[in-house]
Ligand binder design. Structure first.
Ligand code: NAD
Ligand code: MG
Length: 391
């Protein structure tokens, strides 16, 4: 029985994870659930899954949850970030699903890495911002880091898993990172100026949280995933190629020196990579619809359009700068927030990122405090620029 701490339980990944867990009650138990402030959703989840602990980041939400659960279930309710860290380190927890959105998930994910947990990573911003600090924590803590992001889960499935096959890692010629192209694929820069938050969040293939949906529309998500793949598989950016594949059926590919290209295919349903990360090296039923290739009919591939979608170009630049991806990700969070609340246009997102990268004092952070400082500095610059754009 694996006891799971689910960080970001009320989100898109959180709910898909609980769906998979509930299909295998003899193997997995939602031991603790954590979320930001959505009390209603948490009441439903705690009543259904009966976790031993529940954490709300927001103190008022925690107090409200406590009142609502009293006499209903025997769940202990906690408030703030500190209990998430304590749970991530707890000897009662075997597995941590890191599915908080954004930089907010870093401290708890890092604690799980240091505590040597089986760490299922959806929260790519945490790894991208902390980079080597995150990977060192995984190594030093003896954690097992398993990628949940569908592309990286696909790469993981196509790379040699067996230690005896390690020489094959040296025979990887290129990682092909697939991108759906998002809801605005094919649109010109001038058309993009008019796009609304609801249009940006209407992804053609995937149903996801609003932040990652916008990231997918700008191709920021692919930039973050480029960095994520470099850290996870110890690659240089030049060893990774982004390929647009609008059907989101091929989740990524590995090209070897002998010309072999291995791909992982599946429905665009996050329950497949979630189930794989939960069960690896085994496999379990994920409740996912069978992939009918005849029904899919065709699989298309094309190059990304970096002039209509400059965020991916900016990511290629940022990844070469010390601390660049930390600043990139922080500026993006500010810009996406401003776009979702209709303070800036869709095409201002790349302007905010570009301005921040040019302005912020970049240096490679060497510990968590320095990562947090760089993140805040980038947020301040991005926030000021947003105010200038709106003023
Ligand atoms: P979401 O917005 O649907 O959910 C976010 C979750 O994080 C919520 O439960 C929210 O309560 C919680 N949260 C936010 N701030 C918090 C805080 N300070 N403390 C505790 N909890 C907090 O987001 P999502 O789509 O589920 O994405 C989660 C992460 O997974 C992101 O990093 C995203 O990039 C990554 N991811 C998502 C998908 C997908 O299909 N949704 C795919 C790949 C990767
Ligand atoms: Mg992905």
């Amino acid at each position: 029985m694996q006891n799971i701490l689910l960080l970001g339980a009320t989100g898109s990944i959180g709910l898909s994870t609980l769906d998979v867990i509930a299909r295998h009650p003899e193997q997995y138990r939602a031991y603790a659930l954590a979320a930001n402030r959505s009390v209603e959703a948490m009441v439903v989840l705690c009543t259904e899954h009966k976790p031993v602990h529940a954490v709300m980041f927001d103190a008022d939400a925690a107090a409200e949850l406590k009142r609502r659960l009293a006499g209903v279930v025997d769940t202990t309710v906690h408030a703030g970030e500190a209990p998430m860290i304590v749970l991530a380190e707890s000897q009662h927890v075997d597995t941590v699903m890191a599915a908080i959105v954004g930089f907010a998930g870093l401290s708890a994910a890092l604690a799980a890495a240091r505590a040597g947990k089986r760490l299922l990573l959806a929260n790519k911003e945490a790894l991208v911002s902390a980079g080597s600090i995150f990977m060192d924590a995984v190594r030093e803590g003896g954690a097992l880091l398993l990628p949940v992001d569908s592309e990286h889960n696909a790469m993981f499935q196509c790379l040699p898993a067996d230690a005896r096959a390690r020489p094959q890692m040296e025979r990887v010629e290129k990682i092909l990172l697939t991108a759906s192209g998002g809801p605005f694929r094919g649109k010109s820069r001038s058309e993009l100026t008019e796009m609304t938050p609801d249009q940006a969040c209407a992804h053609p293939n995937w149903s996801m949280g609003r932040k990652i949906s916008v990231d997918s529309a700008t191709l920021v998500n692919k930039g973050l995933e480029l960095a994520e793949a470099c850290w996870l598989f110890d690659r240089k950016p030049s060893e990774i190629e982004v390929v647009v594949h609008p059907q989101s059926i091929v989740h990524s590919l590995i090209r070897y020196v002998d010309g072999s290209v291995l791909a992982q295919l599946g429905q665009p349903d996050m329950r497949t990579p979630i189930a794989y990360s939960l069960s690896w090296p085994d496999r379990i039923d994920a409740g996912v619809e069978v992939l009918d290739l005849v029904k899919v009919g065709r699989l298309d591939f094309e190059a990304p359009n970096l002039s209509a979608f400059p965020c991916l170009r900016l990511a290629y630049e940022a990844i070469e700068l010390p601390g660049g991806m930390c600043a990139f990700s922080a500026a993006n969070e500010i810009a996406v927030d401003a776009f979702l609340s209709e303070r800036v246009r869709f095409t201002d997102i790349d302007r905010v990122i570009e301005h921040t990268l040019k302005t912020v004092d970049l240096a490679e952070p060497s510990n968590l405090i320095e990562v947090q400082d760089l993140d805040s500095a980038a947020r301040d610059i991005a926030g000021t620029f947003v105010t200038e754009l709106t003023g």
